[in-house]
Design a protein around this ligand. Structure first.
Ligand code: COI
Length: 356
């Protein structure tokens, strides 16, 4: 990790306040990396205590070829977003939830983790340093990507002797190329994403590399993403490569329960809480593929995807389409409720946003 050209957050903050981003087409942001000015880096040695981090110019990091993350995949990532309100201020959505999830994932991956306070403070510093990259209201968000990696060198299989906590950001728009239109999913018949006792419930980097093959094949056939079934019965829904899944039947909302093989999504949790507060019955349980095929509405949730309606699901060659091209009344209502909170368009009745 570069240690030269250090830039303290206060310097970064005054810099970005005076300069606009030029040449960026804010109306057509997709979900790809747009490099910004600064990143955050903190390190920790065998004592497990992270140094006071630094805001540095965004750029390559130096790693030993023997780094634990490169050789044995000892790494975690997070994802959260910052939105610009109409008054110009910036809102973070439940950043402490990401911190908590990183701490529990780090425990599973034998890594030390930053405290909740360090994590949230680092996110704030990084966003403020890159303030000019937060899209104008209504044009998208600043996606924040915290990483925790075994950056120390190892050869034998063991936890790394040094860890790096890094945060970079990128302005983003819609995740799927369909934009806000319903997506088309295929239920995976050959590969599984996770198995009991494994790391499916942890946001570890390997979970994402291992789904690339199925995703590539599916995209090649025109599908937006892949929905995985459980590895034991090949019958119950797990999640999509990049997000969680919900089905709606007779106004009851159901989603696979968190049992170690499914990522405990923060958007998933937020949608459950918003739905309950609106009077919906929400069930976290085993949800079979038959229920999926007979649902009234299906939608996905995730930080990147937000709430994405599902227009069709294909399973064993059979395609099922959902009403109104997939934009169901319940999905639409929940999308509106959640995004109004995230973007600061309504009073934060859940107390979830952090204003910068
Ligand atoms: C997110 O939604 O933030 C994720 O981490 C999923 C990733 C595949 C983009």
């Amino acid at each position: 990790v570069p240690s030269t050209a250090k830039c303290h957050a206060s310097v970064a903050t005054s810099y970005m306040e005076t300069s606009e981003v030029t040449g960026l087409d804010w109306d057509n942001l997709g979900f790809g990396l747009i490099e910004t000015d600064f990143m955050y880096v903190a390190k920790c040695g065998p004592d497990g205590i992270f140094s006071k981090g630094e805001v540095l110019p965004f750029g390559p990091i130096a790693l030993s070829p023997s780094a634990g993350v490169l050789n044995y995949g000892q790494g975690l990532f997070e994802g959260l977003k910052a939105y610009r309100k109409t008054d110009g201020s910036i809102l973070l959505f439940r950043p402490e939830e990401n911190a908590i999830r990183m701490i529990s994932g780090a425990e599973r991956m034998c890594m030390p983790a930053p405290t909740v306070e360090q994590f949230v403070d680092a996110v704030k510093q990084t966003v403020l340093a890159n303030k000019r990259w937060v899209p104008p209201t209504g044009k998208g968000s600043l996606y924040i990507r915290p990483l925790l990696i075994g950056s120390g060198a190892v050869l034998g299989l063991a936890p790394a002797p040094e860890y790096s906590f890094i945060i970079f950001v990128s302005p983003v728009g819609n995740y799927f190329k369909e934009g806000l239109s319903p997506i088309n999913l295929i239920v995976e018949e050959k590969f599984h994403r996770a198995s009991p006792g494994g790391t499916g419930g942890v946001k570890t980097i390997g979970n994402y590399a291992s789904v690339l093959k199925a995703q590539k094949v599916a995209k090649g056939k025109g599908y937006s993403d892949v929905l995985y079934l459980d590895a034991v019965h090949d019958k119950y829904l797990e999640e999509v490569s990049s997000c969680n899944i919900f089905v709606v039947k007779d106004n009851v909302i159901s989603t696979p329960a968190i049992k170690g093989t499914i990522l405990p999504g923060i958007t998933r949790k937020s949608i459950i809480e918003v739905a309950q507060s609106k009077g919906f019955k929400v069930e976290e349980r085993l949800v079979s593929v038959d229920e999926l095929l007979n649902a009234d509405e299906v939608f996905c949730t995730g930080t990147a995807v937000v709430v994405s309606p599902v227009g069709s699901v294909t399973y064993m060659g059979k395609r099922v389409e959902y009403g109104n091209q997939g934009v169901g009344v319940v999905s639409q209502q929940l999308y509106k409720s959640l995004t109004s909170l995230q973007m600061g368009n309504v009073e934060d009745w859940m107390g979830w946003t952090v204003q910068l």
